[in-house]
Design a protein around this ligand. Sequence first.
Ligand code: COI
Length: 356
Amino acid sequence: SASTLRPSATLSNNSSETIEVAEIDWDNLGFGLQNTDYMYIMKCTQGGTFSKGEIKRFGNIELNPAAGVLNYGQGLFEGLKAHRKQDGSILLFRPEENAERMKTGAERMCMPSPTTEQFVQAVKDTVLANKRWVPPPGKGSLYIRPLLLGSGAVLGLAPAPEYTFLIYVSPVGNYFKEGLAPINLIVENNLHRATPGGTGGVKTIGNYAAVLKAQSAAKANGYSDVLYLDCVHKRYLEEVSSCNIFVVKGNTISSPAIKGTILPGITRKSIIDVARSQGFQVEERLVSIDELLDADEVFCTGTAVVLSPVGSVTHLGQRVSYGEGGTGAVSQQLYTALTRLQMGLIEDERNWTVEL
Ligand code: COI
């Protein structure tokens, strides 16, 4: 149960230090919830500011049935990861970016938000409290899930009177059941993820509930996930249920521009930077479905997904394949560059990682 601390084991690393890790099967992590020891909670009233948070034992939370988040979806979430280095230390990847994105989303959803400093400190405290759940080097990562919830009770439609900032964590492996192998996407032609003026550009919880129907249908038909098109022209790429999309043609890599309906992914932004520094031309603009079908390579990016090659896209019954069943060269090159950085295996010239 959540109230019993599980046993730990010790691992030796190369420098003969020992690392204490939880006793779970580290070789078979997927992207499923593993309860850990502690979570972080901080509360604030409407019109107030967050001040003092605390680390508590991981467990259920109590909410009034009329909580704003339960009735009207006033909620945001974030996702970031911690990796363990060979020497046992832990690296966070760009946590300030998540803090900034939560602030932007909170403004859109009429919620107060923690400051960047509070957010980053809370992430650090939560990871350190759950240190033994950070996978050994090369076995995966600790996924960190900050939430911002309208936790106060309201009956009429209005911002909630109280807010809860919460962080929980779970060790994870690969997001898709395909592992690192290419995924198969189907283009959705009826349902849309976001609308101009809506909330597609912020990480509000309702954006994700809205895609479950299309995602479930796609999975039932053997696809890995769904690619959404813009709701006005039904012609331009938006994103996949849980990640951003990139199209490679020659030396040019294109991704839909962030214009309100696309989630501004931190992995997306990082891959754009890394690709430019490796000599690719990167374009953020409208990308049409025709370009996708004509691409040399297609890949998805996200914190959970990391960088996932796309093996095929099916659109109106037409199936187009990429990479002859394997990972394309550009996808492989960018995946390697990003993950080496996140795992502390190459020098972090951009100062993206934060060591704990
Ligand atoms: C992430 O990649 O961190 C996300 O928030 C996507 C989620 C659907 C797993």
